[in-house]
Design a protein around this ligand. Structure first.
Ligand code: MGD
Ligand code: MGD
Ligand code: SF4
Ligand code: MO
Length: 746
């Protein structure tokens, strides 16, 4: 390295996430903004380029790049940011290594071998686009627009997604961030408080933080982590319900080692106790809620004792938690969750979290759930047309979505996969994958392969050769987030107690794109021209899209650059309760669809004899599989050891560091092995691995075959009945050591 710092030291100073340093040391107590390393490293000749917006994950922190002779040397948080400040996490810092990763896709490629066993031939952009245009066209001509399915994710996938949804007219669009992530959280809150909740809790100013499965610290989003740490520094009590001793559980005042899948029973018992003992916020309930009587009737059965048995935790601890919440209400922050697709009973858990917040009056108050008011900008994209499908987060969708009345926007993944594989009720024959890796992020990956096999045409736009790219007929390379214009990041200052401020920033390239990579607007427009939609093209190029969006706030790229990449303006009071705000403790619309109108616990299947439940979560220094080939991050966490309870390990004769493989209850074996982590920090009935490892694509020369792929073992679906989202945690495994399958003791 050119700097006079070793790589390891560099990562440590820079990283919020590196497990070796306590977060509180990185973040200063007053501002939460760590001192910029800008002054201490790099040489004076380095040029600072503003306008960077990270996309190593989807939190999108604001950055600057230090560029020397046209080469990016280092990324830092933008000192002007009132959100992430000068802090980036380990992954954000390591973006440099994605940029220059030699394995990255460089040219358009055509697969002249088989899907899944590709032989790549470099072709020209014209050839590639002609083929995409004509193949997609012929699908539309033969089968109609719904014959195309789209799996998008990330900032570069929005424009093409809108093209296929709005101009072409297919509703078969399934975003990973909805159907495998937060869609069910959003619709459960919409069905309760008319709004998607975000992660909008006022943590810095709260008295009690309540996390149900949120593992902040391993789940790393910089400004969110800053809020969390500030809350703890300000003396907030922390309650964490998690079957595992997560990074958050390690900081908790109360760790609830709950049996997986039973969280709704737990929340209902807390609420029932509060109601029965008159410990809820009567005034708030009177003024702002609806359906209290039906609600309190419906949850009556959930005594502390009943829940204690169901959740396998002490009744006294449930009471302790309930009292801690009630004694500090309304200044309590109940985290709405983020990755909420767990066990297929997730809509009801979301409803329970939202109702608990309601009966304790913790909406729009200091330390409670508060939605900061962001600047308004016009969305510049393909015009919406009437194709008979909905575009918004609106839970009363019509037609085929009646199956899942509280589904997020788009079509549930399973409906698309079933339709594509069976050809019923209609054929789906082309597939567009853009910034999603469904072979490692959608349960039952073999079914995904069946979908690809059933296609006439598969195109994929990506930056790395991840698993899904091996299934494309045409593979197109995009510039990374460091080489392109696109995303507008807007928001408010991270601490609501500070003066209300808003910001607007736009992603601008830190270095120009290399090789033959082309951005989303170029690719989409060229395909649109070839599919007869030229007249609808909304912008000529990506820069125009950014300019037009900024213009709606009287800004321009030039002005943003002059303002160091971030425009800051006065904000609005986030605590003001909207006129139509209402917490629907009982929701008649839900009851009308045949689902429970009051939050209800739906039990999940128990472990089959001899199996442990497979749990998974975030690796603090990786983002899913997308960062596995990043050499800095790989070196920090090269594989994902499986957490095994110490007593179970003793019974099985397993030692720390033993090599093991997995077999699940449907007979699927892991393709790779990992090592054992023996710990008292996990329940006996489950094992845990970090998600995103074990890539099968050998073209990722660092990341391939590192660790075990959790998704490959997630072969049983658990579809949430209200939302159609994919639960993933009703899968059960045994460990294999030296070829011997070990039964997990009951
Ligand atoms: N088993 C299991 N499955 C999960 C989860 C889990 O914890 N366990 N988590 C779920 C959650 S919360 C989510 S949000 C989803 C995420 O699901 P995905 O969006 O599928 O996850 P990523 O790994 O981010 O994969 C995205 C793909 O985008 C590519 N990519 C990265 N940058 C760019 C870019 O700039 N342009 C383009 N075109 N492509 C790019 C990557 O190389 C990768 O192939 O996964 C869900 N699925
Ligand atoms: N470093 C890093 N940070 C990330 C990401 C990343 O890829 N890497 N991805 C981002 C994204 S897109 C998302 S959606 C978020 C997800 O982050 P979160 O929403 O916080 O995490 P999950 O993956 O849902 O949850 C994992 C935790 O749930 C616990 N758990 C498992 N089953 C149960 C259960 O039945 N009940 C309870 N109470 N707990 C249970 C696990 O033990 C684990 O600690 O992280 C974000 N942050
Ligand atoms: S949390 Fe980390 S990876 Fe995510 S956007 Fe911020 S710096 Fe990048
Ligand atoms: Mo997510």
């Amino acid at each position: 390295m050119a700097f006079n710092l070793t790589r390891r030291k560099f990562l440590q100073t820079a990283s919020l996430a590196a497990a070796s340093i306590p977060l509180s040391k990185v973040v200063s107590a007053n501002t939460g903004i760590s001192k910029s390393t800008l002054d201490t490293i790099g040489t004076s000749g380095d040029k600072t380029v503003v306008g960077g917006i990270c996309e190593m994950c989807f939190w999108r922190c604001q950055m600057v790049g230090k560029v020397r002779d046209g080469r990016l040397m280092k990324l830092e948080g933008n000192p002007k940011s009132i959100d992430n400040g000068t802090a980036l996490c380990a992954r954000g810092n390591a973006g440099v290594k994605l940029l220059y990763d030699v394995d990255r896709l460089k040219y358009p490629m055509k697969n002249v071998g088989k899907r899944g066993e590709p032989k790549w031939k470099r072709i020209s952009w014209k050839e590639a686009l002609d083929e995409c245009g004509s193949r997609l066209n012929s699908t539309v001509e033969k089968y109609g627009p719904q014959g195309i399915c789209v799996f998008p994710h990330g900032s570069s996938a929005k424009y093409p997604m809108h093209f296929f949804e709005r101009a072409v007219g297919t509703h078969n669009v399934s975003e990973a961030s909805f159907f495998q992530c937060r869609g069910v959280r959003d619709t459960s809150y919409v069905a309760t408080i008319q709004k998607a909740p975000g992660e909008k809790i006022d943590m810095p100013n709260t008295k009690v933080l309540f996390f149900v499965g949120d593992h902040l610290g391993e789940n790393v989003h910089v400004s969110h982590i800053k809020q969390y740490i500030q809350g703890l520094q300000n003396g907030a009590k922390l309650i964490v319900a998690d079957p595992r001793f997560s990074a958050a559980a390690a900081k908790a005042h109360i760790w609830v080692q709950i049996k997986p899948g039973t969280d709704t029973a737990y929340l209902l018992a807390i609420m029932n106790y509060l109601v029965e003992n008159n410990k809820y916020d009567k005034e708030f309930v009177e003024d702002y809620t609806d359906g209290f009587d039906e609600f309190s009737d419906a949850i009556k059965e959930w005594t502390l004792e009943k829940a204690a048995k169901e959740c396998d935790i002490p009744a006294a601890q449930i009471k302790e938690v309930a009292d801690m919440l009630a004694n500090n209400a309304p200044n309590i922050a109940i985290h709405p969750g983020r990755h909420a697709t767990w066990h297929g009973n997730d809509f009801q858990r979301g409803r329970a979290l939202a109702c608990l917040t309601g009966i304790l009056g913790a909406y729009y108050v200091k330390g409670g759930w508060v939605p900061p008011k962001s600047p308004k900008l016009k969305s510049i994209s393909w015009a919406k047309e009437d194709h008979g499908h909905t575009y918004d987060l609106n839970y009363n969708n019509e037609d085929e979505e009646e199956l899942y009345p509280f589904k997020p926007p788009g079509t549930p993944t399973e409906l698309i996969r079933d339709c594509a594989i069976s050809g019923k009720p209609y054929p789906i024959k082309s597939c567009v994958v853009w910034g999603q890796n469904p072979l490692q992020t959608i349960p039952k990956p073999e079914k995904m392969k069946d979908l690809f096999r059933a296609m006439d045409f598969v195109m994929c736009v990506d930056v790395m050769p991840t698993d899904v790219t091996a299934w494309a007929d045409i593979l197109l390379p995009e510039p990374s987030y460091l080489e392109r214009y696109d995303y507008i990041k807007k928001g408010t200052q991270w601490d609501l107690a500070q003066e209300h401020q808003q910001y607007i920033s736009a992603r601008m390239p830190i270095v120009p794109p290399m090789f033959e990579r082309r951005d989303q607007v170029y690719i989409t427009n060229e395909i649109a021209k070839r599919m007869g939609h030229e007249d609808k093209i909304p912008v000529k190029n990506i820069k125009e899209l950014v300019e037009k969006t900024l213009a709606s706030a009287n800004l321009s790229i030039e002005q943003l650059k002059a303002e160091d990449g971030i425009h800051i303006q006065p904000g609005k009071d986030p605590f003001e309760i909207p006129e139509d705000f209402e917490v629907l403790l009982f929701n008649e619309d839900i009851a009308d669809t045949g689902h429970p109108g009051a939050p209800t616990y739906l039990p999940v299947p128990d472990n089959p004899k001899g199996y442990a439940r497979l749990l998974y979560g975030r690796a603090p220094v990786h983002t899913f599989n997308r960062s596995q080939n990043n050499i800095w991050l790989h070196n920090e966490m090269p594989d994902n050891p499986v957490w095994v309870n110490d007593k179970v390990a003793a019974q099985l004769g397993l030692l720390e560091g033993d090599t093991v493989g997995f077999v699940n209850s449907e007979g699927v074996k892991s393709a790779t092995t990992t090592t054992v982590k023996v710990t008292a920090g996990i329940r006996k009935d489950c094992v845990y691995i970090y998600h995103g490892y074990g890539s099968a694509n050998p073209l990722m020369t660092t990341g391939a075959k590192a660790g075990v792929d959790d998704t490959a073992l997630i072969t049983k679906l658990a579809i949430d009945p209200e939302s159609g989202c994919n639960g993933m945690r009703n899968n059960f495994v045994k460990l294999i050591k030296n070829g011997k399958v070990l039964d997990i003791p009951a």
